[in-house]
Design a protein around this ligand. Structure first.
Ligand SMILES: Cc1cc2nc3c(=O)[nH]c(=O)nc-3n(C[C@H](O)[C@H](O)[C@H](O)COP(=O)(O)O)c2cc1C
Length: 214
């Protein structure tokens, strides 16, 4: 599949077909994702491929509790609470053939520059390009996923369950499977004009000279 098509259509999948995903596909996904940029090329990522049914259920139980306690209340004022795709995804997560849990070694995020180390966001630049490459590589295989931080509020329990050493941080959880429906052809995102400016913040907008949005 074309890279640009993958980038433009790798939206969140929350409903899946009941279909196995062979290990060789996941191997290929990770084999492609491993070329992601990262500080000092220390490649601190680790991936746990959760496919044992008992383990899938245990992770789902943690994910669901985390979802209900921490995220669902954010949408409680909207209609359909408890029945939206994200709610159903959390409930049915264990039915998916596998879940990917991405970890990073804390030391691999460290630099000698305190302005970087002290940032809550910038060190993530050494792991989230890898995570997005996994998302794109899954898309290229026709596999759907939804990238979440759903395990973070229950990270201590998740780490214990998965035997994760202290020096690793859980950075992403992704349920993976064959999508129940075709991928979207157009995701909802702001146009370039709303976020890109020339020479300075708030400067002239970068114009669509090629008429791409027409
Ligand atoms: C850091 C992060 C956390 C997210 N958490 C959740 C989540 O807890 N549950 C969920 O269903 N989707 C979650 N998502 C997926 C977003 O809702 C999704 O990327 C966004 O709404 C865009 O939707 P689309 O890709 O389908 O267009 C998360 C995404 C990111 C990057």
């Amino acid at each position: 599949m074309e890279l640009i098509d993958a980038m433009r259509t790798a939206g969140s999948t929350r409903e899946f077909r009941n279909e196995a995903v062979p290990d060789e596909i996941i191997y290929r996904v990770l084999d492609n994702a491993r070329f992601a940029p990262n500080g000092g090329n220390r490649q601190g990522w680790r991936v746990i491929v959760v496919r044992d049914p008992v383990m899938r259920k245990s992770v789902r139980d943690l994910y669901l509790r985390s979802w209900v306690e921490n995220f669902q209340p954010l949408f409680a004022h909207l209609p359909g609470n408890g029945t939206r795709p994200a709610d159903r995804y959390a409930e049915h997560l264990h039915e998916l053939p596998l879940q990917l849990i991405v970890l990073v070694e804390r030391a691999a995020l460290k630099t000698t520059v305190s302005a970087i180390d002290d940032s809550a966001i910038v060190p993530g630049a050494s792991i989230y390009p890898f995570v997005q490459s996994v998302v794109l590589a899954l898309r290229a295989e026709g596999l759907g996923t939804v990238l979440t931080a759903g395990l973070t509020p229950v990270a201590a329990e998740a780490k214990q369950l998965l035997n994760v050493p202290d020096e690793y941080v859980i950075v992403a959880h992704m349920g993976v499977g064959r999508p129940a429906r075709p991928f979207p052809t157009r995701l909802k995102r702001k146009p370039v004009e709303e976020f890109a400016s020339i020479d300075r913040f708030g400067g002239p907008v970068l114009k669509d000279a090629e008429g791409l949005r027409a």
